[in-house]
Design a protein around this ligand. Structure first.
Ligand SMILES: NC(=O)c1ccc[n+]([C@@H]2O[C@H](COP(=O)([O-])OP(=O)(O)OC[C@H]3O[C@@H](n4cnc5c(N)ncnc54)[C@H](OP(=O)(O)O)[C@@H]3O)[C@@H](O)[C@H]2O)c1
Ligand SMILES: CC(C)CCC[C@@H](C)[C@H]1CC[C@H]2C3=C(CC[C@]12C)[C@@]1(C)CC[C@H](O)C(C)(C)[C@@H]1CC3
Length: 622
């Protein structure tokens, strides 16, 4: 049956603008509603949207223009063809969103600018760019020239405009939710289906260009490089004082030779080697990471639970054989110094390694061209020595398992120093709570592959130092503190603290598992009751379940647990509360980093998510 006399007919293939962006995708017209004057269209991944006529273009115009012009004219294009693996993947598809976007630009730009624009487009490996009106082009001309090579900025610029003008997104389209749709096709795509679209979106942020600088930019990087090690030194020295405090004036530095102990360095190296050995043993699952911009998926040996079990047995055997693990307490400063040295050497290696990496292997941040900033932030996304993934290994093994070993040593040190037959309740709680946290992380090790660090952040000093020094030497402060500052707990207090920990753990685990399961298999029947918002990348956003309560329910659970870790230490000093304070700052900052990253990736769909789920971490508060 023919539709009423309208421009596009049912069943016709046309190019539909993705709401809130200027990207056009191939869509099929399903119908036209005369009342709302909207076309219902379906994208290739099954997403159905309602679009206005002005957001639909004829497919033919796109094809001829993109083929005839963009193929032959730009040397940039020829260069990028051979260089980028991401590009290779896209070449196989007949009409890419990028080519379409290039055509869209040409439609509107005056010819001289058009060529410059086209060159831009092609030199950034066919990143999807926005279609700009002639008027906008003129007014932005100067500005754009200045940022000619910075597509990342262009994308951001456009998105902030969308944010400032929400009506651009609202009213123009309706997003259909699976649940409400009844028999509508699922809007999710399987990971394999995601790859091509993912690759297109990743290309919107070319690896050799940077997002706005984070952590206070270049000056900030100098500051953090000095401050972070100094802070570890400060808290390690404080923990030994009779009256420690976060607001104490720093105690006088011990003589230099006190920092150094060759034996301590030897122990640290042995520990890292043991963990590396356990990591490469062919036990446990080989898990696939999320698709990279090239569409490739790296494999990771997720045998962390095996590693901590063997490490625990080794520690127990050592104690049984008479090894005095309280050495860790008495040589805390020397062990921290040795580990710090290793983290600096590793960071230097990572920086050099990244200089030989393909542009496509670089992370989006950390490629500012400023050596200090890039050294700090990390340039390469997944540095590997053959199959040995350095970032994954450092994040999940030596520091994390080392944290539990140190806590255990502190419990032994407490018994020795306080002349106890068994550790105090407070020490037991801190040990068990943090052990549960680490074991849970290792048990669900695969879930780390969908976190920000693994997916987006480069591996540089920040993470190397964070994983190897910061985690084991500052996350253990509660146990370190309790060795010389006993805090007796009543049984009701123990019960209340355990309850708090369990509540936090439940929220943390449930929300992380929900997101991980959804990202790995969006059509998982167990998640079919959840509402989602489709996005232009082909991925969707959960908008009910835990991710419908706040935008970071996993942070909420984590914070509640952090509270339960500090409470056993009482309120007489601020030092054991350091983790709580640090964690609030870290998670608030991480949340805002993630918000900007998601806004960049998902555009108007993200704004829609934020309108639906209003609070970031704590319901009705923040
Ligand atoms: N103990 C510590 O020191 C520490 C420090 C930091 C973090 N953590 C914990 O580590 C875990 C991981 O944290 P993270 O910072 O990497 O953040 P995360 O919350 O695990 O990951 C954020 C990513 O999740 C995806 N996402 C966001 N909203 C979504 C939604 N509504 N539906 C589906 N996907 C959505 C987005 O990525 P895509 O859309 O690209 O998939 C986003 O970039 C958390 O539990 C956190 O508490 C612990
Ligand atoms: C100030 C800087 C030195 C900050 C450094 C940050 C890192 C220490 C953290 C960033 C992501 C964190 C993280 C865990 C540990 C600490 C970080 C590496 C984690 C491995 C702890 C166990 C959890 O179960 C986890 C796997 C969810 C978690 C992932 C993120």
């Amino acid at each position: 049956m023919k539709m009423p006399s309208v421009k596009y007919q049912r069943g016709e293939m046309v190019m539909g603008r993705w709401p809130g962006s200027s990207l056009y995708y191939e869509v099929k017209v399903l119908g036209y509603d005369t009342k709302s004057q909207l076309y219902t269209v379906i994208y290739k991944d099954g997403t159905e949207l309602e679009l206005k006529e002005q957001d639909i273009r004829n497919i033919a115009g796109f094809q001829t223009r993109s083929r005839s012009r963009s193929r032959s004219r730009s040397p940039g294009r020829r260069r990028s063809r051979s260089r980028s693996p991401a590009r290779t993947t896209r070449r196989s598809s007949s009409r890419t969103a990028a080519a379409v976007a290039a055509a869209a630009i040409m439609e509107s730009a005056p010819s001289s600018r058009r060529d410059a624009k086209l060159k831009d487009t092609l030199e950034v490996r066919l990143s999807p760019l926005q279609q700009t009106s002639a008027a906008e082009n003129n007014s932005n001309n100067k500005h754009e020239k200045k940022e000619e090579n910075n597509t990342a900025n262009k994308v951001n610029e456009f998105e902030s405009k969308v944010e400032a003008e929400p009506e651009l997104n609202q009213g123009r389209y309706n997003l259909r939710r699976r649940k409400e749709d009844g028999d509508a096709k699922p809007v999710e795509t399987k990971p394999e289906q995601l790859e091509e679209k993912d690759a297109k979106v990743a290309a919107a942020a070319p690896a050799n260009l940077s997002t706005p600088l984070d952590f206070g930019g270049k000056i900030g990087a100098y500051f953090w490089l000095l401050f972070l090690p100094a802070w570890v030194l400060f808290v390690v020295l404080q923990g030994d004082l009779e009256d420690p405090s976060l607001v104490n004036f720093p105690p006088p530095l011990p003589p230099l030779e006190e920092f150094w102990d060759a034996q301590a360095l030897g122990f640290v190296i042995l520990w890292v080697l043991l963990q590396a050995l356990l990591y490469i043993l062919p036990f446990g699952k080989l898990s696939e990471g999320m698709p990279l911009s090239s569409g490739e998926r790296l494999k990771y040996r997720t045998n962390g639970f095996f590693a901590i079990t063997v490490s625990a047995l080794a520690a127990a055997a050592a104690v049984y054989l008479g090894v005095d693990l309280t050495y860790i307490h008495s040589h805390f400063l020397q062990l921290a110094t040795a580990t710090f040295l290793i983290s600096v050497l590793l960071s230097a290696y990572l920086y050099v390694h990244s200089c030989y990496a393909e542009p496509a292997q670089l992370a989006l941040g950390g490629n500012s061209g400023n050596v200090v900033y890039d050294f700090f932030k990390g340039r390469e996304l997944n540095p590997r020595i053959k199959n040995f993934d350095l970032k994954f290994f450092c994040e999940m093994r030596p520091g994390l398992i080392g944290w539990c070993l140190i806590n255990f040593a502190m419990a032994l040190a407490e018994m020795k120093e306080q002349r106890l037959d068994a550790p105090s309740y407070s020490m037991i709680l801190v040990n068990l709570f943090q052990l549960l946290y680490v074991v849970d992380g290792l048990w669900n090790e695969e879930a780390i592959l969908t976190t920000m660090d693994l997916m987006h952040d480069g591996f540089g000093f920040m993470l190397a130092f964070g994983d190897l020094v910061w985690v084991p030497f500052t996350y253990t402060l509660q146990a370190y503190y309790l060795v010389s500052h006993p805090n007796p707990l009543s049984l009701p207090a123990v019960g209340a603290i355990i309850t708090l920990k369990l509540v936090g753990f439940y929220i943390f685990r449930k929300s992380n598992s929900e997101k991980n399961a959804f990202r790995r298999n969006p059509s998982d029947p167990k998640l079919s009751h959840l509402k989602t918002i489709p996005t232009a990348t082909g991925k969707s956003l959960l908008v009910s379940g835990w991710w419908g309560v706040v935008r970071h329910p996993n942070y909420l659970g984590d914070l509640i647990m952090a509270l339960a870790w500090s409470l056993p230490c009482g309120f007489s000093h601020l030092l054991p509360w350091y983790y709580m304070i640090y964690f609030i700052i870290l998670l608030v900052h991480r949340d805002s980093r993630d918000m900007s990253e998601c806004r960049r990736k998902y555009g108007s769909a993200w704004d829609e998510y934020c309108r639906t789920v209003r609070y970031r971490i704590i319901p009705r508060v923040y």
